[in-house]
Design a protein around this ligand. Structure first.
Ligand code: NAP
Length: 474
C-alpha cells in the first residue's frame, strides 16, 4: 500500500471511529477525566497528556494517554486541566504548543488571588499558542453526571476568533450553550464567576436580617419586657410563636414595599431630570437590580406568617384561654354579645390577607425564569407592576384593618412607643402615595413621554454634550 492509500485508510478509520476529531487534555485529574469521558461520549477521540503516562488506570476507557509533547501533536485544541500553580511546566513545551488552541479552564480559590488572570498568565507563558478562557463555570461533577442544567452555559473569551470558534464547536457538541465575552481581557471576570456567592441576594438578605432583628427586639421590649416590668407578668413563652408571627408579616410587608419604592424613586428622578438618559445614582441602580430578590424574600416571610397563623388554634395557651373564657361566662351566667362591626373587621382583615398572599404567590411564580420566559414584556409588566401594586395595597389594608381599633387607644402606645404594625405601615403607605401621585394623568403622560425618549429642554441644558454621550452609551 503506498503512502497516499495509507493516509486515506487512516482518514476513513478516524472518521469511522471518531466523527468529531481529536481533543487533547493535559492533566488526568477530576476535571480532565470528566471532560474526557464526556468528549468520548460525544464521539471525539481523546488523548491525555500526563506526567505519568504509564498510570492509565483512571483515564476513561477508549482514551489514550501519553507524555505532554506527544499528546500535544495529536490535536489542535488542548484543554489545560492543571491548576494554575503548575503552569510553569508548559514553558518547556513552547515549540510543541506553537499554533495550538489552549483552553484555560482554571479557577482560583479567591477573587483577585493573582494580579493577572490565569488565562493571560498562560498566554504569556506560551505566546505562540492561542489561549481561550472557558469551561471554568462547568463543574467536573456536572460533566460526569450529565446534570448540566445549572451550568449549561460556557462563558468564553479569547483574542483569536478562529480559536474561539473551535472551542465553541466542542461546547456545542457536548450540549452546552456558549456566550462570547470578548477578548482575553475578560478572562478575570469569567474566572470570578464561580467564586461569587449569591451576589444579587446579599443586599436583600442583609435588609431582611436587619429588619427581622430590629422588629424582634423592638417587639420583645414592647410586649414581653413591658409586661414583666409594668405588670410583673411572665409571658416569655410568646417569643416562639406570637412574637415571631408579628415579626414575619411586618418584614414581609416592608420588603414588599421596598421592592416597589425604587421604581417610584426612579420615576421621580426621571421627572426631575426631564430625561431618561441620565444615569441613576449607584445606590438606586443596585436597589433596582435586587427587586426580584426583595420580592421573593417578602414571599418567604409571608409563607412563614401563613404557617404560623394556621397553628394558632392548636397552641396550649390559646386553648387554655378559650376554655377559661367559656367557663367564666358560664360561671357569671353571662354571654358576650355578638359584635357585628368586629365580625366585619375580622372577616375583611382575613379576606384581604388571603387575597394579598395569593397575589404575592402569583408574583413569585411569574418571576421564575421558566414562567417569565413565556410572558411578553407587556404581560410581565402588567403582573409585576399593576398586580404588584395591587398586592401591596391589599397587604397594607390587611395590616391597617389589624389595628383599626387600636390606633386611637392610649394603651397601644406602651412606653410611648408605637406598635410594630404601625411602624411597618410607613414604607408601604409612602410607596402607595407616591404611586398614586405618579398616576395623576398629567404626571403619568409626562413620565410616559420621557420613557419613550422625549427630553425636556431643561434636561438638555443641564447635561453637557459629554455627559449626554456617557449616559446614552452606558
Ligand atoms: P486535580 O484533580 O488536582 O488534577 C490536576 C491534574 O494536573 C493532576 O491530575 C495532574 O495530572 C496534573 N498536575 C498536577 N501537578 C502537576 C505539575 N506540577 N505539573 C504538571 N501537571 C500537574 O484538579 P482538577 O480538579 O482536575 O482541576 C484542574 C483544573 O480545572 C484546575 O485549574 C481547576 O481550577 C479547573 N476546574 C476544575 C473544576 C472541577 O470541578 N474540578 C471545575 C472547573 C474548573 P497528571 O498526573 O496526569 O500529570
Amino acid at each position: 500500500m503506498n503512502t497516499l492509500n495509507l493516509m486515506v485508510v487512516v482518514n476513513i478509520h478516524e472518521k469511522l471511529h471518531s466523527k468529531q476529531g481529536t481533543v487533547c487534555i493535559f492533566g488526568t485529574g477530576d476535571f480532565g477525566r470528566s471532560l474526557g469521558l464526556r468528549l468520548l461520549q460525544a464521539g471525539y477521540e481523546v488523548v491525555f497528556g500526563s506526567r505519568d503516562p504509564m498510570n492509565n488506570s483512571l483515564v476513561p476507557k477508549g482514551s489514550k494517554i501519553m507524555v505532554h509533547t506527544e499528546a500535544a501533536q495529536m490535536a489542535r485544541v488542548i484543554f489545560i486541566a492543571v491548576q494554575r500553580d503548575h503552569y510553569q511546566f508548559l514553558t518547556s513545551l513552547t515549540s510543541a504548543l506553537e499554533g495550538k488552541v489552549l483552553v484555560d479552564i482554571s479557577n482560583n480559590l479567591k477573587m483577585g488571588q493573582y494580579p493577572q488572570s490565569n488565562a493571560e498568565y498562560l498566554s504569556s507563558l506560551v505566546p505562540g499558542a492561542s489561549v481561550v478562557k472557558g469551561f471554568n463555570t462547568v463543574s467536573a461533577w456536572a460533566l460526569q453526571s450529565g446534570a448540566l442544567d445549572a451550568s449549561r452555559q460556557v462563558l468564553l473569551c479569547g483574542d483569536d476568533p478562529g480559536a474561539k470558534q473551535a472551542v465553541v464547536d466542542i461546547a456545542h457538541s457536548l450540549g452546552l450553550n456558549t456566550q462570547d465575552r470578548g477578548s482575553l481581557r475578560a478572562a478575570g471576570e469569567i474566572e470570578n464567576i464561580p467564586l461569587q456567592l449569591f451576589p444579587n441576594w446579599r443586599l436583600p438578605l442583609w435588609i431582611a436580617a436587619g429588619l427581622t432583628a430590629f422588629f424582634f427586639f423592638y417587639l420583645l421590649i414592647r410586649d414581653v419586657i413591658y409586661a414583666y416590668v409594668e405588670n410583673n407578668q411572665d409571658i416569655s413563652y410568646r417569643i416562639m410563636i406570637t412574637l415571631a408571627n408579628k415579626v414575619f408579616p411586618i418584614v414581609a410587608l416592608v420588603m414588599l414595599a421596598l421592592c416597589y419604592l425604587p421604581g417610584a424613586l426612579a420615576a421621580i428622578l426621571q421627572l426631575y431630570n426631564g430625561t431618561k438618559y441620565k444615569r441613576f445614582p449607584d445606590w438606586l441602580d443596585r436597589w433596582m437590580l435586587c427587586r426580584k430578590q426583595l420580592g421573593l424574600l417578602a414571599l418567604l416571610f409571608a409563607v412563614l406568617h401563613v404557617i404560623y397563623t394556621f397553628i394558632i388554634s392548636i397552641r396550649y395557651n390559646v386553648i387554655h384561654e378559650r376554655h377559661t373564657d367559656v367557663i367564666k361566662q358560664i360561671k357569671d351566667n353571662k354571654s358576650l354579645p355578638f359584635d357585628n362591626t368586629e365580625a366585619w373587621a375580622t372577616d375583611s382583615f382575613l379576606s384581604l390577607g388571603v387575597l394579598g398572599f395569593v397575589l404575592l404567590l402569583m408574583l413569585g411564580i411569574t418571576s421564575l425564569p421558566s414562567v417569565s420566559n413565556t410572558l411578553n414584556w407587556r404581560e410581565f409588566r402588567f403582573v409585576q407592576s399593576k398586580l404588584g401594586h395591587l398586592t401591596l395595597l391589599l397587604c397594607t389594608t390587611h395590616c391597617l384593618l389589624y389595628g383599626w381599633d387600636k390606633f386611637l387607644k392610649a394603651s397601644t402606645y406602651k412606653w410611648y412607643t408605637p406598635p410594630g404594625f404601625m411602624l411597618c405601615l410607613v414604607t408601604p403607605c409612602v410607596v402607595l402615595v407616591l404611586k398614586l401621585a405618579l398616576c395623576i394623568p398629567c404626571v403619568d403622560s409626562r413620565i410616559t413621554r420621557i420613557r419613550n425618549g422625549w427630553e425636556s429642554s431643561g434636561a438638555r441644558r443641564r447635561q453637557g454634550p459629554a455627559e449626554m454621550l456617557k449616559a446614552t452609551t452606558l
